[in-house]
Design a protein around this ligand. Structure first.
Ligand SMILES: Cc1cc2nc3c(=O)[nH]c(=O)nc-3n(C[C@H](O)[C@H](O)[C@H](O)COP(=O)(O)O)c2cc1C
Length: 175
């Protein structure tokens, strides 16, 4: 039984595609690739024309302005409907940020036409350039965000990447 299952998984075509402006979501994508090994193909979103021919696609992106980064939103709207996808998301907010659940929901909603096989999120370091822009804002909420950059340093850390690898395994096992 287990051998049959393994054979079926080995025959699957799995894509891991991601948008990453400062490299944090890329780290999660690479951890997922490491876990899945050769059944998975890793590509940047900008090199991904669509999801045809794949049995499953892991699609990763950062939260930008309280929802999916624009290139990811557009990709999901154009290509995700009817496809089996697992999303992975990074964000600067800590897990206890009250608004985070709404932003994550915005990410899920962007893939609402898809069959969602899994959803993962973790913190990713806020770049100095983004923090500087936020600190210069007139909006105190945005300035507050910039002031919390130090809490994001080193993310995603080893623990987050380990959780990402478990997530990848669970998605495959759950198919
Ligand atoms: C323009 C911009 C807007 C952002 N907006 C948010 C946000 O609304 N909430 C949040 O938690 N993080 C926000 N971030 C932080 C990123 O989501 C976070 O640092 C992420 O891990 C970066 O991923 P990347 O390195 O793959 O680009 C924003 C970053 C940028 C550049």
């Amino acid at each position: 039984m287990a051998a049959l299952r393994k054979e079926r998984v080995m025959e699957m075509r799995v894509l891991i595609t991601f948008f990453s402006q400062t490299g944090k979501t890329r780290m999660v994508a690479e951890a997922i690739r490491e876990e899945l090994g050769e059944i998975a193909e890793l590509k940047e979103l900008s090199d991904t024309e669509g999801l045809e021919g794949y049995d499953l696609a892991f699609i990763g992106f950062p939260i930008m302005a309280f929802g999916p980064a624009q290139p990811a939103r557009e990709f999901l709207e154009r290509h995700a409907a009817g496809r089996k996808v697992a999303l992975f998301v990074t964000h600067a907010a800590p897990d206890d940020e009250p608004a985070l659940q709404d932003w994550l929901e915005n990410c899920r909603a962007a893939a609402s036409g898809a069959q969602l096989a899994g959803f993962f999120h973790c913190q990713g370091e806020l770049s100095q350039a983004v923090a500087d822009a936020l600190l210069a804002s007139d909006n105190p909420d945005l300035r507050g965000f910039g002031e919390r950059r130090s809490e994001t340093l080193g993310q995603p850390d080893e623990d987050a990447l380990r959780r990402a690898r478990s997530f990848a395994r669970e998605v495959i096992e759950g198919l």
